[in-house]
Design a protein around this ligand. Structure first.
Ligand code: PGA
Length: 254
């Protein structure tokens, strides 16, 4: 192959590959330990340049923190409040998360936006707070089926990025493109289309080396095609991250 073509097809060596599981509201502490028993041994074959993250329910964080010690898995939470402490029933602060060894936090997942009234304004506050406490936020953006069908995908994503990223440090950030219609549906976005939208996201950033993931029905049988795409630097995996053997296949994609 021509050298120029090789250069264009290869991902930037600066961009980190981040494979993250999002357990959502699944797994008790006992179930999370059972998962680790099956999952941790499979990481012996994982290439060193891949960051592996598990974003788990709050009640699992402490037990995982203790049991991930010395492993290469980084711990992630699924939300963070913008204050250090205060009268915010049901919320959790960055200080509480970092104290137990949490390194990543998902912010602005579509389920938070859809069911819990999360707006671009609160997403922005949470992103800035995460960074203030030394966490790396994984910002989720993506369109609904209706918005896609109406041809609004690009404008929606540009608008989400514009509002969500005000005063956010792009040196400590991961973005996940998660088309809402592909989440939990088995209806994966075509790899080339995901690559196109992720290219658009990258074109909006001041730091082009921000790792950008794809999320939405990622499975062992589609991970290779997804990770072959030049713009895609990793995946955010819901359902398929709950089962150790399947998630190991995703983490150890070829
Ligand atoms: P899914 O979820 O892999 O089950 O589609 C992805 C997500 O919501 O992050």
């Amino acid at each position: 192959m021509h050298l120029v073509a090789i250069l264009f097809l290869t991902k930037s060596p600066v961009r980190k590959i981040v494979i993250a599981g999002n357990w959502k509201m699944f797994k008790t502490q006992a179930e999370s330990l059972e998962f680790l028993e099956g999952f941790l041994p499979t990481l012996d074959e994982t290439p060193q340049d891949r960051e592996v993250v598990l974003c788990v329910p709050f009640t699992d964080l402490n037990v995982l923190s203790k049991n991930l010690h010395g492993s290469r898995v980084q711990l992630g939470a699924q939300n963070v409040h913008w204050e250090e402490s205060g009268a915010y029933t049901g919320e959790i602060s960055g200080l509480m998360l970092t104290e137990i060894g949490v390194r990543y936090v998902i912010v602005g997942h579509s389920e938070r936006r859809q069911y819990f009234g999360e707006t671009d304004y609160t997403v922005n506050l949470r992103l800035k707070a995460a960074q203030r406490f030394g966490l790396t936020p994984i910002l989720c953006v993506g369109e609904t089926k209706q918005q896609r069908d109406a041809g609004e995908t690009e404008s929606l994503i540009i608008s989400q990025l514009e509002k969500d990223l005000v005063d956010v440090d792009q040196e400590n950030l991961v973005i996940a493109y998660e088309p809402i219609w592909a989440i939990g549906t088995g209806d994966t976005c075509e790899a080339k289309e995901a690559n196109r939208v992720i290219g658009l996201i990258r074109s909006q950033l001041s730091n082009p080396d921000v790792p950008i993931q794809y999320g939405g029905s990622v499975k062992p049988n589609n991970i290779d095609e997804i990770m072959e795409q030049s713009e895609i630097d990793g995946v955010l995996v819901g359902g398929a991250s709950l089962e150790p053997v399947g998630f190991a296949k995703i983490v150890n994609y070829k």
